[in-house]
Design a protein around this ligand. Sequence first.
Ligand code: HEC
Length: 245
Amino acid sequence: MMKHETIETNSGLLIILTLAVISIGGLVEIVPLFYIDGTVEEVEGVRPYSPLELRGRDIYVREGCYTCHSQMIRPFRDEYLRYGHYSLAAESQYDHPFQWGSKRTGPDLARVGGKYSNDWHVQHLVAPRSVVPESIMPNYPWLLDNELQYADVEARMKALKRVGVPYSETVEEYRANVEKFGEDVARTLDIGRARENLVAQAQAGNFDGNGARLSEMDAVVAYLQVLGTMVDFGQYDEGHFAQFR
Ligand code: HEC
């Protein structure tokens, strides 16, 4: 029998045995990740962004909104009393990069969708202090002036597809989306119809209040209005999602 003292007083042996123990622990944790498709529990309602929402999200990232706003409600009482149901992993499943963040100079935005009208968002983004006098958020007037560029929206969707977001290019992929998300959503995920879908959503939603042209504001407001609205929490009991934490 080897005494523990023998190991502790022999540093060569101690190093070898330590490495052996760490490698076993590492293999047990890392190897399964190569054999499973995903680590996120699927939740009904969660879908990839439409082309217009996606452009909005990219502008949100470009403007650095994430430097002041997080998008993750933690499962603590003070958080869900203020912001609503805590965030589920599935809700940021298609976000690359995710917008969780840890800096909250402003409030969390994970469930801001539907909280205000489109008009309020436009006014607030152009001049935050005109609606919230004590605000320290910067003005973003150019969102309304800049015409929305969307010539590259297909390329943006293809890039996300490469990292696993189910935008469709082939008929089979389209059919799989119809199966998974339903016909209406599947259509918005079709890369071949991206520009046409983007324009249609902007015109139907008229997010910036000006139907005559497409501005960056249209995209940003469409994005803000969808945040946190995909899962219908009303249909679940309290505690239902505890199993997905
Ligand atoms: C310098 C920090 C800062 C930056 C950058 C910033 N915000 Fe804010 N934001 C705030 C603060 C502070 C508030 C709270 C006061 C207010 O409503 O204006 C806020 C509030 C908001 C609200 C209202 C949230 C609610 O629940 O009432 C929205 C929506 C919002 N910001 C969107 C944005 C967007 C979109 C961007 C990027 C274009 C952005 N913010 C950039 C600080 C910031």
